[in-house]
Design a protein around this ligand. Structure first.
Ligand code: HEM
Length: 556
Protein backbone atom coordinates (compact mmCIF):
# COMPACT_ATOMS: atom_id res chain seq x y z
CA UNK A 1 0.00 0.00 0.00
CA UNK A 2 2.76 2.40 0.98
CA UNK A 3 4.66 1.55 -2.22
CA UNK A 4 1.60 2.33 -4.36
CA UNK A 5 1.12 5.74 -2.85
CA UNK A 6 4.74 6.69 -3.24
CA UNK A 7 5.04 5.60 -6.86
CA UNK A 8 1.90 7.54 -7.80
CA UNK A 9 3.29 10.60 -6.08
CA UNK A 10 6.58 10.23 -7.93
CA UNK A 11 4.81 9.96 -11.28
CA UNK A 12 2.84 13.01 -10.54
CA UNK A 13 5.90 15.04 -9.52
CA UNK A 14 7.62 14.00 -12.71
CA UNK A 15 4.63 14.91 -14.84
CA UNK A 16 4.21 18.15 -12.98
CA UNK A 17 7.81 19.29 -13.44
CA UNK A 18 7.67 18.53 -17.17
CA UNK A 19 4.72 20.86 -17.59
CA UNK A 20 5.84 23.55 -15.21
CA UNK A 21 5.25 27.11 -16.44
CA UNK A 22 2.71 26.06 -19.08
CA UNK A 23 -0.33 24.80 -17.39
CA UNK A 24 0.52 25.27 -13.72
CA UNK A 25 -0.99 23.07 -11.05
CA UNK A 26 -4.21 22.56 -12.99
CA UNK A 27 -2.50 20.02 -15.21
CA UNK A 28 -2.22 17.64 -12.26
CA UNK A 29 -5.75 18.13 -10.94
CA UNK A 30 -7.40 14.94 -12.28
CA UNK A 31 -4.90 12.29 -11.12
CA UNK A 32 -4.05 14.36 -8.03
CA UNK A 33 -7.64 14.42 -6.84
CA UNK A 34 -7.68 10.68 -7.36
CA UNK A 35 -4.47 10.29 -5.35
CA UNK A 36 -5.70 12.42 -2.45
CA UNK A 37 -8.95 10.45 -2.40
CA UNK A 38 -7.02 7.19 -2.26
CA UNK A 39 -4.67 8.59 0.35
CA UNK A 40 -7.59 9.72 2.50
CA UNK A 41 -9.19 6.29 2.17
CA UNK A 42 -5.97 4.57 3.16
CA UNK A 43 -5.46 6.90 6.10
CA UNK A 44 -9.04 6.47 7.24
CA UNK A 45 -8.71 2.71 7.01
CA UNK A 46 -5.48 2.96 9.00
CA UNK A 47 -7.09 5.09 11.70
CA UNK A 48 -10.15 2.81 11.94
CA UNK A 49 -7.94 -0.29 12.12
CA UNK A 50 -5.84 1.37 14.81
CA UNK A 51 -8.93 2.38 16.79
CA UNK A 52 -10.47 -1.09 16.56
CA UNK A 53 -7.14 -2.63 17.62
CA UNK A 54 -6.87 -0.08 20.44
CA UNK A 55 -10.40 -0.72 21.72
CA UNK A 56 -9.94 -4.50 21.57
CA UNK A 57 -6.55 -4.30 23.26
CA UNK A 58 -7.60 -2.04 26.16
CA UNK A 59 -11.27 -3.00 26.63
CA UNK A 60 -10.32 -5.88 28.91
CA UNK A 61 -8.14 -3.68 31.13
CA UNK A 62 -9.88 -2.40 34.27
CA UNK A 63 -9.20 1.28 34.77
CA UNK A 64 -9.69 4.82 33.48
CA UNK A 65 -10.31 5.26 29.71
CA UNK A 66 -7.14 4.72 27.70
CA UNK A 67 -7.04 7.37 24.97
CA UNK A 68 -5.06 6.65 21.82
CA UNK A 69 -1.49 8.01 22.10
CA UNK A 70 -2.04 9.77 25.46
CA UNK A 71 -3.33 6.78 27.44
CA UNK A 72 -4.86 7.72 30.78
CA UNK A 73 -2.73 10.87 31.07
CA UNK A 74 -5.58 13.32 30.21
CA UNK A 75 -7.73 12.16 33.17
CA UNK A 76 -4.65 12.07 35.36
CA UNK A 77 -3.78 15.70 34.57
CA UNK A 78 -7.40 16.84 34.80
CA UNK A 79 -7.73 15.35 38.29
CA UNK A 80 -4.27 16.34 39.51
CA UNK A 81 -5.45 18.78 42.25
CA UNK A 82 -7.67 16.05 43.78
CA UNK A 83 -5.34 13.21 42.87
CA UNK A 84 -5.86 11.05 45.97
CA UNK A 85 -9.65 11.36 45.90
CA UNK A 86 -9.77 10.61 42.19
CA UNK A 87 -7.58 7.52 42.77
CA UNK A 88 -10.01 6.48 45.52
CA UNK A 89 -13.02 6.93 43.21
CA UNK A 90 -11.28 4.82 40.56
CA UNK A 91 -10.38 2.11 43.07
CA UNK A 92 -13.95 1.96 44.40
CA UNK A 93 -15.27 1.76 40.83
CA UNK A 94 -12.87 -1.02 39.84
CA UNK A 95 -13.18 -3.16 42.94
CA UNK A 96 -9.85 -2.17 44.53
CA UNK A 97 -7.40 -2.51 41.61
CA UNK A 98 -6.99 -0.76 38.26
CA UNK A 99 -4.39 -0.40 35.55
CA UNK A 100 -3.35 2.95 34.22
CA UNK A 101 -1.63 3.11 30.81
CA UNK A 102 0.48 6.09 29.80
CA UNK A 103 3.09 7.04 27.20
CA UNK A 104 6.48 5.56 28.09
CA UNK A 105 8.21 8.91 28.71
CA UNK A 106 5.82 9.73 31.60
CA UNK A 107 6.58 6.64 33.76
CA UNK A 108 2.86 6.66 34.67
CA UNK A 109 1.99 3.16 33.51
CA UNK A 110 1.10 1.33 36.70
CA UNK A 111 -1.22 -1.04 38.45
CA UNK A 112 -2.90 0.76 41.36
CA UNK A 113 -4.34 -1.22 44.22
CA UNK A 114 -5.70 -0.87 47.73
CA UNK A 115 -6.68 -4.48 48.41
CA UNK A 116 -5.08 -5.86 51.60
CA UNK A 117 -4.39 -9.28 50.02
CA UNK A 118 -2.49 -7.60 47.15
CA UNK A 119 -0.51 -5.51 49.62
CA UNK A 120 0.46 -8.54 51.63
CA UNK A 121 1.62 -10.25 48.44
CA UNK A 122 3.68 -7.27 47.20
CA UNK A 123 5.14 -6.18 50.53
CA UNK A 124 5.79 -9.61 52.00
CA UNK A 125 5.05 -12.81 50.05
CA UNK A 126 6.76 -11.80 46.79
CA UNK A 127 8.82 -8.94 48.30
CA UNK A 128 11.84 -9.65 46.04
CA UNK A 129 9.84 -8.92 42.88
CA UNK A 130 8.81 -5.45 44.08
CA UNK A 131 11.86 -3.38 45.08
CA UNK A 132 11.85 0.41 45.39
CA UNK A 133 13.80 0.26 42.18
CA UNK A 134 15.55 2.74 39.98
CA UNK A 135 12.53 5.02 39.48
CA UNK A 136 12.80 6.00 43.16
CA UNK A 137 16.44 5.50 43.99
CA UNK A 138 18.01 7.23 40.97
CA UNK A 139 16.36 10.66 41.36
CA UNK A 140 16.87 10.47 45.15
CA UNK A 141 20.50 9.47 44.98
CA UNK A 142 22.06 12.94 45.46
CA UNK A 143 20.07 13.51 48.65
CA UNK A 144 19.78 10.03 50.13
CA UNK A 145 22.86 8.30 48.71
CA UNK A 146 22.94 4.68 49.80
CA UNK A 147 20.94 5.10 52.99
CA UNK A 148 18.27 2.66 54.19
CA UNK A 149 15.45 4.54 52.51
CA UNK A 150 17.11 4.49 49.12
CA UNK A 151 18.50 0.98 48.71
CA UNK A 152 17.23 -2.49 47.92
CA UNK A 153 18.51 -6.04 48.32
CA UNK A 154 21.77 -6.68 50.27
CA UNK A 155 22.70 -3.06 50.94
CA UNK A 156 19.25 -2.41 52.39
CA UNK A 157 19.25 -5.69 54.36
CA UNK A 158 22.55 -4.92 56.03
CA UNK A 159 21.43 -1.44 57.15
CA UNK A 160 18.03 -2.66 58.22
CA UNK A 161 19.65 -5.27 60.45
CA UNK A 162 21.95 -2.78 62.17
CA UNK A 163 19.28 -0.10 62.47
CA UNK A 164 16.65 -2.55 63.79
CA UNK A 165 19.08 -3.62 66.50
CA UNK A 166 19.66 0.03 67.44
CA UNK A 167 15.96 0.81 67.49
CA UNK A 168 15.26 -2.06 69.84
CA UNK A 169 17.82 -0.95 72.43
CA UNK A 170 16.75 0.82 75.58
CA UNK A 171 19.57 3.36 75.09
CA UNK A 172 18.05 4.82 71.95
CA UNK A 173 14.54 4.74 73.38
CA UNK A 174 15.71 6.60 76.50
CA UNK A 175 17.43 9.21 74.33
CA UNK A 176 14.21 9.69 72.36
CA UNK A 177 12.14 10.05 75.51
CA UNK A 178 14.60 12.54 77.00
CA UNK A 179 14.88 14.59 73.79
CA UNK A 180 11.09 14.70 73.52
CA UNK A 181 10.42 15.75 77.06
CA UNK A 182 12.96 18.52 76.98
CA UNK A 183 11.73 19.74 73.56
CA UNK A 184 8.17 19.93 74.86
CA UNK A 185 8.98 21.56 78.19
CA UNK A 186 11.76 23.91 77.19
CA UNK A 187 10.93 24.70 73.57
CA UNK A 188 7.40 23.97 72.46
CA UNK A 189 5.47 25.30 75.44
CA UNK A 190 7.46 28.56 75.83
CA UNK A 191 6.99 29.31 72.10
CA UNK A 192 3.25 28.60 72.39
CA UNK A 193 2.96 30.78 75.50
CA UNK A 194 4.47 33.64 73.47
CA UNK A 195 2.01 33.09 70.64
CA UNK A 196 -0.98 32.89 72.98
CA UNK A 197 0.11 36.06 74.82
CA UNK A 198 0.27 37.97 71.53
CA UNK A 199 -3.10 36.48 70.48
CA UNK A 200 -1.57 35.91 67.04
CA UNK A 201 -2.53 33.02 64.75
CA UNK A 202 0.16 30.43 64.21
CA UNK A 203 0.77 27.88 61.46
CA UNK A 204 0.79 24.56 63.33
CA UNK A 205 2.23 22.69 60.35
CA UNK A 206 5.30 24.94 60.36
CA UNK A 207 5.55 24.63 64.15
CA UNK A 208 5.46 20.81 64.00
CA UNK A 209 8.01 20.69 61.19
CA UNK A 210 10.37 22.72 63.37
CA UNK A 211 9.71 20.51 66.36
CA UNK A 212 10.29 17.23 64.53
CA UNK A 213 13.36 18.56 62.73
CA UNK A 214 15.07 19.53 66.01
CA UNK A 215 13.99 16.28 67.60
CA UNK A 216 15.10 13.92 64.85
CA UNK A 217 18.44 15.75 64.54
CA UNK A 218 19.02 15.23 68.26
CA UNK A 219 18.26 11.52 67.94
CA UNK A 220 20.06 11.08 64.60
CA UNK A 221 23.09 13.36 64.95
CA UNK A 222 23.13 14.38 68.59
CA UNK A 223 22.87 18.00 67.39
CA UNK A 224 20.09 20.49 68.07
CA UNK A 225 19.62 22.87 65.10
CA UNK A 226 17.32 25.17 67.15
CA UNK A 227 14.47 25.59 64.62
CA UNK A 228 11.87 25.76 67.39
CA UNK A 229 12.90 28.87 69.23
CA UNK A 230 11.16 32.18 70.04
CA UNK A 231 10.72 34.20 66.85
CA UNK A 232 10.82 30.94 64.81
CA UNK A 233 14.21 31.64 63.18
CA UNK A 234 15.37 30.53 59.73
CA UNK A 235 17.99 27.81 60.14
CA UNK A 236 20.25 27.32 57.05
CA UNK A 237 20.59 23.55 57.57
CA UNK A 238 16.80 23.10 57.83
CA UNK A 239 16.26 25.41 54.86
CA UNK A 240 18.76 23.42 52.79
CA UNK A 241 17.02 20.20 53.80
CA UNK A 242 13.63 21.56 52.64
CA UNK A 243 15.08 22.66 49.33
CA UNK A 244 16.84 19.35 48.79
CA UNK A 245 13.62 17.42 49.48
CA UNK A 246 11.60 19.65 47.15
CA UNK A 247 14.21 19.35 44.37
CA UNK A 248 14.32 15.56 44.72
CA UNK A 249 10.52 15.33 44.54
CA UNK A 250 10.50 17.54 41.44
CA UNK A 251 12.81 15.05 39.75
CA UNK A 252 10.25 12.32 40.29
CA UNK A 253 7.50 14.11 38.39
CA UNK A 254 9.39 15.59 35.43
CA UNK A 255 10.87 13.48 32.61
CA UNK A 256 14.35 12.25 33.54
CA UNK A 257 15.99 13.72 30.46
CA UNK A 258 14.76 17.19 31.47
CA UNK A 259 16.22 17.19 34.98
CA UNK A 260 19.45 15.57 33.81
CA UNK A 261 20.02 18.37 31.28
CA UNK A 262 19.20 21.13 33.78
CA UNK A 263 21.45 19.40 36.33
CA UNK A 264 24.35 19.40 33.85
CA UNK A 265 23.75 23.11 33.19
CA UNK A 266 23.15 23.96 36.86
CA UNK A 267 19.86 25.68 35.97
CA UNK A 268 16.70 26.39 37.98
CA UNK A 269 15.65 23.89 40.61
CA UNK A 270 18.64 21.64 39.81
CA UNK A 271 21.04 24.53 40.52
CA UNK A 272 19.35 25.20 43.86
CA UNK A 273 19.29 21.50 44.66
CA UNK A 274 23.06 21.19 44.10
CA UNK A 275 23.71 24.14 46.45
CA UNK A 276 21.38 22.74 49.10
CA UNK A 277 23.08 19.35 48.97
CA UNK A 278 26.46 21.04 49.42
CA UNK A 279 25.15 22.71 52.61
CA UNK A 280 23.84 19.35 53.90
CA UNK A 281 27.08 17.53 53.07
CA UNK A 282 29.18 20.16 54.78
CA UNK A 283 27.00 20.15 57.88
CA UNK A 284 27.04 16.34 58.08
CA UNK A 285 30.78 16.08 57.48
CA UNK A 286 31.53 18.71 60.16
CA UNK A 287 29.41 16.82 62.69
CA UNK A 288 31.01 13.48 61.73
CA UNK A 289 34.55 14.85 62.05
CA UNK A 290 33.80 16.43 65.44
CA UNK A 291 32.10 13.26 66.69
CA UNK A 292 35.03 11.09 65.63
CA UNK A 293 37.36 13.33 67.67
CA UNK A 294 35.00 13.27 70.65
CA UNK A 295 34.67 9.47 70.59
CA UNK A 296 38.45 9.04 70.25
CA UNK A 297 38.96 11.29 73.26
CA UNK A 298 36.39 9.40 75.33
CA UNK A 299 38.17 6.17 74.43
CA UNK A 300 41.54 7.46 75.62
CA UNK A 301 39.88 8.53 78.88
CA UNK A 302 38.34 5.04 79.26
CA UNK A 303 34.97 6.73 79.64
CA UNK A 304 31.84 4.65 80.23
CA UNK A 305 29.28 7.27 79.21
CA UNK A 306 29.26 7.53 75.40
CA UNK A 307 26.84 9.63 73.31
CA UNK A 308 23.95 7.41 72.20
CA UNK A 309 22.55 9.19 69.14
CA UNK A 310 22.29 7.07 65.98
CA UNK A 311 25.42 8.56 64.40
CA UNK A 312 27.56 7.76 67.43
CA UNK A 313 26.09 4.27 67.65
CA UNK A 314 26.81 3.54 63.99
CA UNK A 315 30.35 4.92 64.47
CA UNK A 316 30.96 2.42 67.23
CA UNK A 317 29.82 -0.57 65.15
CA UNK A 318 31.34 -2.10 62.01
CA UNK A 319 29.97 -3.40 58.73
CA UNK A 320 29.44 -7.12 57.97
CA UNK A 321 33.15 -7.43 57.06
CA UNK A 322 34.27 -5.88 60.32
CA UNK A 323 35.30 -2.52 58.79
CA UNK A 324 34.27 0.81 60.31
CA UNK A 325 31.67 2.72 58.30
CA UNK A 326 32.94 5.43 55.94
CA UNK A 327 32.06 9.12 56.45
CA UNK A 328 29.98 9.09 53.27
CA UNK A 329 27.98 6.11 54.50
CA UNK A 330 27.43 7.74 57.91
CA UNK A 331 26.23 10.91 56.17
CA UNK A 332 23.71 8.82 54.21
CA UNK A 333 22.49 6.97 57.32
CA UNK A 334 21.70 10.15 59.22
CA UNK A 335 20.21 12.04 56.25
CA UNK A 336 17.86 9.12 55.60
CA UNK A 337 16.64 9.10 59.18
CA UNK A 338 15.97 12.82 59.14
CA UNK A 339 13.98 12.46 55.94
CA UNK A 340 12.07 9.43 57.21
CA UNK A 341 11.15 10.88 60.56
CA UNK A 342 10.63 14.57 60.10
CA UNK A 343 7.82 15.40 57.64
CA UNK A 344 5.84 12.24 58.40
CA UNK A 345 5.34 12.99 62.10
CA UNK A 346 4.77 16.73 61.56
CA UNK A 347 2.13 16.05 58.91
CA UNK A 348 0.37 13.45 61.09
CA UNK A 349 0.20 15.97 63.97
CA UNK A 350 -1.18 18.69 61.67
CA UNK A 351 -4.09 16.56 60.40
CA UNK A 352 -4.75 15.31 63.93
CA UNK A 353 -5.13 18.88 65.23
CA UNK A 354 -7.29 19.80 62.25
CA UNK A 355 -9.66 16.92 63.09
CA UNK A 356 -9.65 17.85 66.78
CA UNK A 357 -10.79 21.39 65.92
CA UNK A 358 -13.75 19.75 64.10
CA UNK A 359 -14.58 17.14 66.78
CA UNK A 360 -14.94 18.71 70.24
CA UNK A 361 -16.29 15.44 71.71
CA UNK A 362 -13.01 13.69 70.88
CA UNK A 363 -11.03 16.55 72.43
CA UNK A 364 -13.12 16.23 75.57
CA UNK A 365 -12.36 12.50 75.88
CA UNK A 366 -8.62 13.06 75.39
CA UNK A 367 -8.64 15.68 78.13
CA UNK A 368 -10.45 13.32 80.49
CA UNK A 369 -7.84 10.64 79.84
CA UNK A 370 -4.91 13.02 80.42
CA UNK A 371 -6.62 14.32 83.54
CA UNK A 372 -6.82 10.80 84.98
CA UNK A 373 -3.11 10.18 84.35
CA UNK A 374 -2.14 13.47 85.97
CA UNK A 375 -4.33 12.88 88.98
CA UNK A 376 -2.63 9.56 89.62
CA UNK A 377 0.75 11.31 89.18
CA UNK A 378 -0.24 13.82 91.83
CA UNK A 379 -0.76 10.86 94.10
CA UNK A 380 2.94 10.15 93.79
CA UNK A 381 3.17 7.92 90.73
CA UNK A 382 5.75 9.93 88.72
CA UNK A 383 8.82 8.33 90.21
CA UNK A 384 11.42 10.19 88.13
CA UNK A 385 13.67 12.36 90.29
CA UNK A 386 14.31 15.98 89.24
CA UNK A 387 17.93 17.05 89.81
CA UNK A 388 17.49 20.65 88.74
CA UNK A 389 14.88 23.29 87.87
CA UNK A 390 14.97 22.63 84.12
CA UNK A 391 14.28 18.92 84.67
CA UNK A 392 11.47 19.71 87.10
CA UNK A 393 9.82 22.13 84.63
CA UNK A 394 10.19 19.53 81.88
CA UNK A 395 8.66 16.80 84.01
CA UNK A 396 5.71 18.95 84.98
CA UNK A 397 5.06 20.08 81.44
CA UNK A 398 5.31 16.73 79.69
CA UNK A 399 4.33 13.15 80.40
CA UNK A 400 6.80 10.35 81.10
CA UNK A 401 7.20 7.30 78.85
CA UNK A 402 5.11 5.16 81.19
CA UNK A 403 2.38 7.81 81.34
CA UNK A 404 2.28 8.20 77.56
CA UNK A 405 1.89 4.45 77.20
CA UNK A 406 -1.34 4.61 79.21
CA UNK A 407 -2.97 7.09 76.81
CA UNK A 408 -5.10 4.55 74.92
CA UNK A 409 -7.73 6.98 73.70
CA UNK A 410 -5.15 9.47 72.41
CA UNK A 411 -3.32 6.61 70.67
CA UNK A 412 -6.61 5.65 69.01
CA UNK A 413 -7.40 9.25 68.04
CA UNK A 414 -3.98 9.61 66.38
CA UNK A 415 -4.28 6.28 64.55
CA UNK A 416 -7.72 7.24 63.36
CA UNK A 417 -6.55 10.59 61.97
CA UNK A 418 -3.71 8.84 60.11
CA UNK A 419 -6.22 6.36 58.69
CA UNK A 420 -8.04 9.25 57.00
CA UNK A 421 -4.95 11.38 56.37
CA UNK A 422 -1.88 9.11 56.12
CA UNK A 423 1.41 11.03 56.02
CA UNK A 424 2.54 8.92 53.05
CA UNK A 425 -0.61 8.76 50.89
CA UNK A 426 0.74 6.56 48.10
CA UNK A 427 3.76 4.35 47.66
CA UNK A 428 5.28 2.76 44.56
CA UNK A 429 7.35 -0.30 43.77
CA UNK A 430 9.13 -1.33 40.58
CA UNK A 431 8.06 -4.62 38.98
CA UNK A 432 11.07 -6.85 38.31
CA UNK A 433 9.30 -9.75 36.53
CA UNK A 434 5.83 -10.35 35.02
CA UNK A 435 3.46 -11.42 37.76
CA UNK A 436 -0.18 -11.86 38.80
CA UNK A 437 -1.56 -10.30 41.98
CA UNK A 438 -3.79 -12.47 44.22
CA UNK A 439 -6.92 -10.78 42.74
CA UNK A 440 -5.84 -11.94 39.26
CA UNK A 441 -4.50 -8.61 37.95
CA UNK A 442 -1.54 -8.95 35.61
CA UNK A 443 1.51 -6.74 36.33
CA UNK A 444 4.08 -6.30 33.61
CA UNK A 445 7.83 -6.27 34.16
CA UNK A 446 9.27 -2.75 33.95
CA UNK A 447 6.04 -0.99 35.03
CA UNK A 448 5.11 0.23 38.53
CA UNK A 449 2.92 -1.11 41.27
CA UNK A 450 1.25 1.72 43.18
CA UNK A 451 -0.66 1.23 46.43
CA UNK A 452 -2.83 4.00 47.78
CA UNK A 453 -2.74 4.15 51.56
CA UNK A 454 -5.06 7.17 51.41
CA UNK A 455 -7.68 5.13 49.53
CA UNK A 456 -7.31 2.14 51.85
CA UNK A 457 -8.49 4.27 54.77
CA UNK A 458 -11.61 5.25 52.81
CA UNK A 459 -12.84 1.84 51.66
CA UNK A 460 -16.03 0.60 53.25
CA UNK A 461 -14.96 -2.90 52.19
CA UNK A 462 -12.10 -2.52 54.72
CA UNK A 463 -13.48 -0.24 57.45
CA UNK A 464 -17.25 -0.55 57.14
CA UNK A 465 -19.98 1.87 56.11
CA UNK A 466 -18.80 4.56 58.54
CA UNK A 467 -15.30 4.60 57.00
CA UNK A 468 -15.43 8.35 56.25
CA UNK A 469 -16.20 9.25 59.87
CA UNK A 470 -13.55 10.21 62.42
CA UNK A 471 -14.19 7.65 65.17
CA UNK A 472 -11.28 6.82 67.53
CA UNK A 473 -13.57 4.29 69.22
CA UNK A 474 -13.13 1.86 66.32
CA UNK A 475 -9.61 1.18 67.65
CA UNK A 476 -10.63 0.38 71.22
CA UNK A 477 -11.62 -2.96 72.74
CA UNK A 478 -12.75 -2.50 76.34
CA UNK A 479 -10.93 0.82 76.42
CA UNK A 480 -7.61 -0.64 75.28
CA UNK A 481 -6.03 0.29 71.94
CA UNK A 482 -6.04 -2.73 69.58
CA UNK A 483 -3.89 -2.52 66.43
CA UNK A 484 -5.08 -3.63 62.98
CA UNK A 485 -3.22 -5.76 60.44
CA UNK A 486 -0.53 -3.58 58.76
CA UNK A 487 -1.78 -4.85 55.37
CA UNK A 488 -5.12 -3.23 56.11
CA UNK A 489 -3.63 -0.18 57.85
CA UNK A 490 -0.43 0.43 55.84
CA UNK A 491 0.21 3.92 57.26
CA UNK A 492 3.60 2.75 58.55
CA UNK A 493 4.10 0.39 55.61
CA UNK A 494 4.11 -3.38 56.17
CA UNK A 495 6.27 -6.47 55.75
CA UNK A 496 10.07 -6.41 55.93
CA UNK A 497 10.17 -2.64 55.23
CA UNK A 498 7.83 -1.70 58.06
CA UNK A 499 8.66 1.78 59.42
CA UNK A 500 11.45 1.59 61.98
CA UNK A 501 10.39 4.77 63.75
CA UNK A 502 6.76 3.86 64.43
CA UNK A 503 7.13 3.69 68.21
CA UNK A 504 9.18 6.89 68.29
CA UNK A 505 6.57 8.62 66.15
CA UNK A 506 3.72 7.69 68.52
CA UNK A 507 5.84 8.78 71.45
CA UNK A 508 6.52 12.17 69.85
CA UNK A 509 2.93 12.70 68.75
CA UNK A 510 1.43 11.74 72.09
CA UNK A 511 3.91 13.90 73.93
CA UNK A 512 3.21 16.97 71.77
CA UNK A 513 -0.56 16.46 71.51
CA UNK A 514 -1.05 15.93 75.24
CA UNK A 515 1.08 18.96 76.15
CA UNK A 516 -0.77 21.28 73.76
CA UNK A 517 -4.30 20.04 74.50
CA UNK A 518 -3.71 20.16 78.22
CA UNK A 519 -2.80 23.82 78.06
CA UNK A 520 -4.76 25.23 75.11
CA UNK A 521 -8.01 25.01 73.31
CA UNK A 522 -7.02 25.15 69.63
CA UNK A 523 -9.31 26.87 67.10
CA UNK A 524 -9.00 26.94 63.34
CA UNK A 525 -8.68 30.50 61.99
CA UNK A 526 -12.14 31.22 60.46
CA UNK A 527 -12.10 30.86 56.67
CA UNK A 528 -8.73 29.09 56.61
CA UNK A 529 -8.73 26.57 53.75
CA UNK A 530 -7.47 23.10 54.57
CA UNK A 531 -6.46 21.05 51.52
CA UNK A 532 -3.73 18.60 50.76
CA UNK A 533 -0.81 19.51 48.56
CA UNK A 534 0.33 17.27 45.75
CA UNK A 535 3.53 15.77 47.05
CA UNK A 536 4.94 12.43 48.17
CA UNK A 537 3.79 13.31 51.68
CA UNK A 538 0.36 14.70 52.58
CA UNK A 539 1.34 18.30 53.38
CA UNK A 540 -1.42 20.83 53.92
CA UNK A 541 -1.30 23.20 50.98
CA UNK A 542 -1.86 26.37 53.03
CA UNK A 543 -0.58 25.08 56.37
CA UNK A 544 -2.83 24.92 59.45
CA UNK A 545 -3.55 28.36 60.82
CA UNK A 546 -4.93 28.25 64.34
CA UNK A 547 -5.35 30.42 67.40
CA UNK A 548 -4.55 29.26 70.93
CA UNK A 549 -6.84 29.86 73.89
CA UNK A 550 -5.29 29.09 77.28
CA UNK A 551 -7.40 26.74 79.36
CA UNK A 552 -8.68 28.33 82.53
CA UNK A 553 -7.91 25.16 84.43
CA UNK A 554 -5.12 23.00 83.13
CA UNK A 555 -6.32 19.42 82.65
CA UNK A 556 -5.70 17.51 85.88
C1 HEM B 1 3.78 9.41 61.79
C2 HEM B 1 5.04 9.18 61.51
C3 HEM B 1 5.57 8.22 60.50
C4 HEM B 1 4.93 7.61 59.46
C5 HEM B 1 3.47 7.74 59.06
C6 HEM B 1 5.91 6.79 58.79
C7 HEM B 1 5.64 6.02 57.68
C8 HEM B 1 6.59 5.27 57.01
C9 HEM B 1 6.36 4.57 55.77
C10 HEM B 1 5.04 4.56 55.00
C11 HEM B 1 7.51 3.97 55.42
C12 HEM B 1 7.77 3.15 54.16
C13 HEM B 1 8.32 4.05 53.09
C14 HEM B 1 8.77 3.31 51.87
O1 HEM B 1 9.41 2.25 51.98
O2 HEM B 1 8.51 3.78 50.78
C15 HEM B 1 8.48 4.26 56.45
C16 HEM B 1 9.76 3.80 56.45
C17 HEM B 1 10.70 4.17 57.37
N1 HEM B 1 10.51 4.98 58.46
FE1 HEM B 1 8.79 5.84 59.02
N2 HEM B 1 7.11 6.92 59.44
C18 HEM B 1 6.94 7.78 60.48
C19 HEM B 1 7.92 8.19 61.38
C20 HEM B 1 9.21 7.75 61.39
C21 HEM B 1 10.23 8.17 62.32
C22 HEM B 1 10.01 9.16 63.45
C23 HEM B 1 11.38 7.53 61.97
C24 HEM B 1 12.76 7.57 62.54
C25 HEM B 1 13.18 7.99 63.60
C26 HEM B 1 11.08 6.69 60.83
C27 HEM B 1 11.99 5.86 60.22
C28 HEM B 1 11.72 5.10 59.11
C29 HEM B 1 12.72 4.34 58.39
C30 HEM B 1 14.19 4.21 58.76
C31 HEM B 1 12.09 3.75 57.31
C32 HEM B 1 12.72 2.87 56.25
C33 HEM B 1 12.52 1.43 56.60
C34 HEM B 1 13.07 0.50 55.52
O3 HEM B 1 13.04 0.85 54.33
O4 HEM B 1 13.51 -0.58 55.90
N3 HEM B 1 9.76 6.85 60.50
N4 HEM B 1 7.89 5.05 57.41
Amino acid sequence: MQYLVMSRGDNCTHFHSQNQGQTGLGMCTGPNRMDSWMLTQVMLAGVVTFLVWHVIKYSRIKGPIVWPVFGTTPQFLWNLPRMHDWTTDMLVKHDGTYTSIAPKCTCLTAVATCRPENLEYVLKTNFANYPKGRSFTYPSHDLLGQGIFNTDHDLWKMQRKTASLEFSTRTLRDLMVKANRSSVGQRLLPVLADVARNRAPIDFQDLFLRYTFDNICMVGFGVDPGCLAPGLPTVPFAQAFDLATEGTLTRMVVPEIFWRITRALGWGMEGRLAKAINVLDKFAMDVITERRKELAMLKTLNATDYPCDLLSRFMQTTDHEGNPYTDKFLRDVTTNFILAGRDTTAIALSWFFYLITQHPAVEEKILLEIGEILRSRNHGQDKEAADDDATRITQEASLSFEELKQLNYLHAALSESMRLYPSVPIDNKDVTADDFLPDGTFVRKGTRLMYSIYSMGRMDSIWGKDCMEYKPERWLRKGVFTPESPFKYAVFNAGPRLCLGKELAYLQMKSVASAILRNYHVKLVPGHKVEYKLSLTLFMKYGLRVTLHPRVTVAY
